[in-house]
Design a protein around this ligand. Structure first.
Ligand SMILES: *Cc1c(COP(=O)(O)O)cnc(C)c1O
Length: 357
């Protein structure tokens, strides 16, 4: 979270704009919260340049719940009446693997491409994807948070001969770069990596994809029901929406998504440059697939891992330990991480190499 946003929320905690209430005490249908909600939605639409024919839904359940909610709503899109349909998956890391597994409970699934055998270090070229004729959608995780793999552009499914809709899980890089909505049917993401606190899930869906849910789809998770009720079919996560709204205002003050992208490129170049500079550290991801948000790296001498982490903590560099499924280190340098934070990490890495290399 940007420090400025936390300070503003603290200031408004007990009394929001002279209303005599904190945001957590407001009715979600009252005029105060309605104004917070409408501003948040409009700011997000502007920041992500979401076209008018897409709905923005504020939901709950996180990215993991969406792994079920997406097939429940979209798998039957191109299926014969009464069928549950099918979906294609491009498996590029832990998160798309999870999405595939969950969707398989609700519909037929096909792995169109996978780099599991390669240890999830690159993105299979779109020209090699085995897309099926009948799939309702193709799922991609456009930033694999754990493996540090990011799509640098979105595939054009039509040009690949597929009639399916593109579904992207953009949880961990939303608002860090622009989205080409002409290629996307639906995008979803948990808010907690780049937009705000945990508890809010963002769904951006083209209107014509609403209304195809399977009969077993829970009402609170039916995109059409949620859209028809302005994301208030059930009580939305009001405080998380308010906090995300403050982050959207902060993003606009920074110059919007284009300015964030330029900063994120500079941050990532600095860190990957330091990793590649000598043989002391290494990142195994193909250059064209490296994530700007999540940078996993390893010390060639893994016996030094504990010393590296202890020193990092002492230097105020927190949460540098890699995900347990991958090991090593991982720097998550989301939007709210200033370049100074990356400079401090690089300085520490160079110092550590000097004393331990
Ligand atoms: C964190 C994350 C999720 C899971 O989000 P939850 O809110 O914990 O359900 C899903 N996908 C990606 C790419 C993530 O980084």
């Amino acid at each position: 979270m940007p420090a400025e946003v936390l300070a503003q929320a603290a200031h408004e905690m007990l009394d929001w704009h002279g209303s005599g209430m904190g945001v957590m005490e407001m009715s979600h249908r009252g005029k105060e919260f309605q104004s917070i909600y409408e501003a948040a939605e409009a700011d997000l639409r502007e920041l992500l340049a979401v076209p008018a024919n897409f709905k923005i839904l504020f939901m709950q359940g996180g990215g993991l719940a969406e792994n079920a909610i997406v097939p429940l709503n979209l798998s039957a899109l191109r299926a014969p009446a009464g069928g549950t349909g099918s979906a294609d998956f491009v498996v590029t890391g832990s998160w798309s693997e999870k999405s595939l597994k969950e969707a398989s409970k609700y519909c037929q699934t096909t792995v169109a491409a996978s780099d599991k055998a390669g240890g999830f270090t690159s993105i299979p070229a779109a020209s090699t994807w085995q897309l099926s004729d009948q799939a309702s959608y193709v799922h991609l995780c456009t930033n694999e948070t754990i493996n540090g793999i990011e799509f640098q552009s979105l595939p054009d499914l039509k040009a690949l001969g597929s009639q399916a809709e593109l579904v992207i899980d953009f949880s961990s890089h939303v608002a860090s770069r622009p989205v080409d909505w002409s290629k996307v049917g639906l995008a979803f993401g948990g808010a907690q990596k780049n937009l705000g606190p945990a508890g809010l899930t963002l769904v951006v869906v083209r209107e014509d994809l609403l209304g195809h849910a399977l009969p077993i789809c829970p009402s609170a998770f039916n995109y059409k029901t949620v859209a028809d009720n302005g994301s208030m079919y059930n009580t939305p996560p009001t405080y998380a929406i308010y906090m995300a709204g403050l982050v959207f205002q902060w993003l606009k003050r920074q110059g919007g998504v284009a300015a964030m992208e330029a900063r994120n490129i500079a941050k990532a170049e600095l860190l990957y440059g330091a990793i590649d500079a000598t043989g002391f550290y290494m990142n195994g991801v193909a250059r064209g697939a490296r994530s700007r948000m999540n940078v996993p790296f390893f010390l060639r001498n893994e016996a030094l891992n504990d010393a590296f982490l202890t020193g990092a903590k002492a230097a105020g560099l927190l949460q540098v330990k890699g995900h347990k499924s991958v090991g090593g280190m991982r720097a998550s340098i989301y939007n709210a991480m200033p370049i100074e934070g990356v400079q401090a990490l690089v300085q520490y890495m160079q110092e550590f190499e000097r004393t331990h290399g």
